[in-house]
Design a protein around this ligand. Structure first.
Ligand code: HEM
Ligand code: HEM
Length: 162
């Protein structure tokens, strides 16, 4: 069982936003990866640095996700925010779990393709990446709905207190 604490710690908040930043960076600059990966598979390491930036930013994200899961286990998290309907709380818990799974498996599949030289993992990587994009979009929309429509100040839970 995960421990329940009053709020997210500063380290958890920093990790949340740093991971969002790396995810968005790799999404935007993932554009040329298709071609770079084909060249890499043929042993022609052209345009190496954009490819390596994508790979190492992604690997950094994976390391941060692992640290985040360890911190979560050690420090715990606040109880789910109050919801008017029980299904919303269940949906929130499972969305967070799914986000952690996808955050780990997107870079893992990318690594299997790049370092393992397994073509199919490139397709799986892109598939999982699109799933992460959709699920995190729903997640962000739900957070904004809480904050601005339900006016419960939810966003403040994921921001630094003075
Ligand atoms: C963790 C965040 C990551 C995100 C958001 C991400 C995103 C993307 C995107 C948007 C593409 C282009 C998809 C397309 O061509 O339509 C791509 C391709 C690719 N990425 Fe990543 N990536 C991440 C991590 C990684 C890591 C850690 C590696 C390898 C170590 C990697 C290796 C690749 C490879 C090999 C391709 C080409 C796949 C193919 O063309 O079949 N990615 N990624
Ligand atoms: C602008 C976009 C985003 C906003 C406004 C946002 C906001 C939030 C907020 C307010 C929470 C706390 C929820 C609560 O207290 O119950 C949270 C938690 C979380 N967010 Fe985001 N988020 C965004 C993007 C993302 C993205 C892109 C990811 C994944 C790549 C992500 C992953 C998570 C996870 C896994 C949690 C659960 C933390 C835990 O309890 O361990 N978020 N987010």
């Amino acid at each position: 069982m995960t421990k329940i604490r009053d709020n997210y710690s500063h380290i958890q908040i920093a990790l949340h936003w740093l991971i969002v930043l790396l995810f968005v960076f790799n999404y935007i600059f993932g554009d040329g990866m298709n071609r770079i990966f084909d060249a890499h598979m043929e042993g022609k390491d052209i345009a190496l640095w954009p490819g390596m930036t994508h790979v190492y930013v992604g690997v950094t994200m994976l390391v941060l996700v692992v640290i985040r899961l360890i911190v979560r286990r050690r420090m715990g998290v606040p109880a789910e925010a109050p919801n008017p309907r029980e299904w919303m709380t269940v949906a929130s818990t499972w969305t967070h779990r799914l986000l952690y799974v996808l955050m780990a498996f997107v870079p893992l599949a990318g690594m299997a393709a790049w370092f393992g030289g397994i073509d199919q993992f490139g397709e799986i990587h892109v598939l999982l990446m699109n799933a992460l994009l959709i699920v995190s979009g729903i997640h962000a929309a739900a957070a904004l709905y809480h904050h601005f429509i339900m006016k419960d100040g939810l966003l403040k839970r994921m921001w630094f207190k003075h």
